[in-house]
Write a protein of this length. Structure first.
Length: 386
C-alpha cells in the first residue's frame, strides 16, 4: 500500500465554466504504477466511503478515509508511468463503482470481511474466559480461499492449538524479572480485543483497526496493540492482506524476545495441512534457492529473508501464501521460521520504553493455485518495499 508516495501533490480549487466546480489535485508517480493502491492527503470535509475521481473523461472508483473533520486520505488504484502527472477531480456526485468491500457480523465475537459476497477475512475476538482459556485467549484473523467460502487457516485445536490464522505473539515478554508467555498463553496471559478504532468499507478496500490488549493473568495490560488490517482483490485468483501494527508498552520498559519458532507475526494453515505435510513447499528468494522446496529450515539455520512463500494443499485444492516483511521493520537481526505442517513467519527481538511505540508492517499475498515464479514474487515484493 503506497501512502503519500508522490513527488508533487497540489490541491486546487478548479473553476469549470461549463459545469460545477470540483476540488482537484495533481498526483505525480514516483515509479511505474500498474493498478497500484495509492493515497493522497487532501482537505475534504464530511465525505466518507466511496467516491469517484475523474481523470480526463474517465471515472475511477476511490475511497475516503477520514483523518480529521476537515482532512482525509483519498485512496484509488493508479495506472501511471514514472514521472507522469495526472490531475484528478473529486466527484462526490457520481457513481462509478461496481465492487464493494463490507463487514458482516457472524456472531457476537466474530466479524467477516466480504468482497461482492466473497469472504476474505474473519476476525475472531472472543472475550477471555479463565474457565475456557484455550478457546478464548487470542484475537486473530482467519483467511479464506480466494475462490470459495472455505477457511484455509487453523483456529483453536489441532496440532499446536495456540497457532491460529494470522496471529502475533512472543513467548518471552519481560518487565524486569517478570516474564510472560504471550505465544502459548497457558498461564492466564491473553491477547484480548478491546475496541475498534476504525472500520473501512467501500469500493477500494476493506479493513479495520482493532485495539488488542496483551494482558497478564492479574488483568494488568502490558502492551496495547493497534492492529490495522486491510485487504483488497489483486486478480481473479488472489488477494492482498496488509497488516500494520502500532504497539505501545503500557506497564514499563518491556523486552520482546523468544525464538524464531515461538514469536512474531505468523501464518498458520488449516489442520489438514499438518495431516498432509508431504504436500507443503517453500518458495524462497533467489539467494536461498539452494534449499530444497520440500525442506523446512532447521533450528540452526537463521535466515533473514525479505519474503517467503508457502504452497500447500487442502482437500485436493492448492493454495499459496506469500509473506512479505517490510524493510523498515525493527530488529537488527530477523530470522525466518518455516514448518512443513503449515506455519511460517519472521522473528525479531525488540526493547520498548514505556509509552513508546513500535511499528511493524507485513503483506500477505493469498493465492488459489500453485506459486508464481520467484521473479514474479520478487517484483511484487519490490512494489511493496517501495
Amino acid at each position: 500500500m503506497r501512502k503519500l508516495s508522490v513527488i508533487l501533490l497540489l490541491f486546487l480549487f478548479a473553476a469549470n465554466c461549463n459545469g460545477p466546480d470540483y476540488d482537484t489535485f495533481e498526483y505525480t508517480a514516483d515509479a511505474d504504477l500498474d493498478r497500484a493502491l495509492v493515497s493522497v492527503n487532501v482537505p475534504l470535509a464530511e465525505v466518507t466511503g466511496g467516491i469517484c475521481l475523474q481523470a480526463n473523461d474517465e471515472l475511477i472508483p476511490a475511497q475516503v478515509e477520514r483523518i480529521t473533520a476537515s482532512r482525509a486520505y483519498v485512496w484509488w488504484f493508479a495506472n501511471q508511468q514514472a514521472g507522469e502527472t495526472v490531475e484528478y477531480a473529486i466527484r462526490t456526485d457520481a457513481e462509478c463503482a461496481d465492487t464493494e468491500y463490507a463487514w458482516e457480523q457472524v456472531d457476537d465475537h466474530s466479524t467477516r470481511l466480504v468482497h461482492n459476497g466473497q469472504p476474505l477475512l474473519q476476525y475472531e475476538h472472543p472475550v477471555f474466559d479463565p474457565d475456557n482459556a484455550e478457546e478464548t485467549k487470542k484475537a486473530f484473523h482467519h483467511v479464506f480461499s480466494p475462490v470459495s467460502d472455505k477457511i484455509i487457516t487453523k483456529g483453536p485445536g489441532g496440532l499446536f492449538s495456540h497457532h491460529r490464522g494470522i496471529f502475533f505473539g512472543y513467548n518471552q515478554v519481560s518487565i524486569g524479572d517478570r516474564v510472560m508467555d504471550f505465544w502459548h498463553a497457558n498461564d492466564g496471559e491473553h491477547l484480548e480485543h478491546s475496541r475498534y478504532l476504525d472500520e473501512f468499507e467501500g469500493p477500494v478496500f476493506g479493513g479495520h483497526i482493532a485495539q488488542i490488549n496483551w494482558t497478564a493473568p492479574d488483568d494488568e495490560v502490558w502492551l496495547e496493540e493497534r492492529r490495522d488490517i486491510r485487504s483488497w482483490v489483486h486478480d481473479d485468483n488472489s488477494y492482498i492482506v496488509d497488516i500494520s501494527i502500532e504497539m505501545y508498552a503500557i506497564a514499563g520498559l518491556i523486552r520482546l524476545d523468544g525464538d524464531l519458532q515461538h514469536a512474531g507475526v505468523q501464518f498458520r494453515a488449516a489442520q489438514y495441512v499438518a495431516d498432509n505435510r508431504e504436500n507443503t513447499r517453500f518458495i524462497r528468494p533467489a539467494d536461498w534457492a539452494d534449499y530444497p522446496q520440500d525442506y523446512e529450515l532447521a533450528e540452526g539455520e537463521r535466515e533473514n529473508m525479505p519474503w517467503n512463500a508457502m504452497q500447500f494443499e487442502i482437500e485436493g485444492n492448492t493454495y499459496t501464501v506469500v509473506y512479505m516483511s517490510h524493510p523498515d521493520n525493527p530488529g537488527r537481526v530477523k530470522e525466518m521460521s518455516e514448518r512443513l505442517y503449515g506455519r511460517f513467519g519472521e522473528f525479531f527481538s525488540y526493547q520498548q520504553s514505556e509509552g513508546a511505540p513500535v511499528f511493524i508492517n507485513y503483506r500477505f499475498w493469498i493465492m488459489d493455485g500453485e506459486a508464481p515464479s520467484v521473479e514474479e514474487i520478487e517484483a511484487m515484493y519490490q512494489k511493496y518495499a517501495g
